[in-house]
Design a protein around this ligand. Sequence first.
Ligand code: PMV
Length: 327
Amino acid sequence: MTVSSAPGKVYLFGEHAVVYGEPAVPCAIERRATVAVESRDDDRLRVHLSDLSIDGFTVEYSGSTDETPDVNVSESLVQAGIGYIDAAIEQARDATDRPDAGFDITVESDIPLGAGLGSSAAVTVAAIDAATREVGVSLSSDEIADRAYRAELTVQDGEASRADTFCSATGGAVRVEGDDCRAVKSPELPIVVGFDGGAGDTGKLVAGVRALREEYEFAGDTVQSIGDIVRQGERALAEGDTEELGRLMNFNHGLLEALGVSSRSLDNMVWAARDAGALGAKLTGAGGGGCIVALDPTDETETALRFTPGCEDAFRAELDTEGVREE
Ligand code: PMV
């Protein structure tokens, strides 16, 4: 059996705008998805998945999304999770020239699904690493990131940036602009995450921003302004200026809100964090529900979030400098 894990991430800046070629700065956090893979004698896949937000379940199928697995947990999130694993295994089969390889796969994750913390990227990255190593092939983190990006593209109908998958494969804080992905230096950041227990539909939210951008010039300007915030944010990160980072995160959240991708529970959590004295707070990821990220060196934000209506969980998240790794 071969086991790999990969971290989730928060977006310090730049989600949505990154889809239109603006830069984004995601940052890996110490919450991981772990994938265990064991070769089978046949070409089938048997997947057992457990996650913070769903009960564990097992499904066996032959590894093609045409054959929809018959699961008794009818959650669309579960189907989505299967889609990413399926696409990851296709990439692993391709990378190892073993188109008929079958696997028993167990996924465990402490990253909430679809909540803006990069759960799908972490599962995809860890699955590619574990499945390729299981058949004796070791890929570089850059190749894993590239293959995980291609897997996400197939699941998300061609709408994905390289940000999540690159960040999960390499760890640390990264900067992504189009196909240009690189690590950036980051100080220790006092990251606090608030989770509303829900999830947003990334495809729909991305399509919504696309429609706004096509209809209103100022929506396009808003996307460009997010790019300006990211460039300013990179300088603040390099200087270790967490106060400026917080101010820019607040600004970034306002623009995401203007683009229609926030929600009442996300806004409630953002305001609770600001009222508690956080340096800044914003939604992270696609939005619509899920998580916010705040910067606060004290315990005040975490405590306040726990008493905020609509907040289901709040936790401190350390920056994870390690990307995908063998377990
Ligand atoms: O919610 P997440 O973690 O899947 O992040 C989505 C980020 C977007 O910029 C909205 C889309 C993308 O692929 O970059």
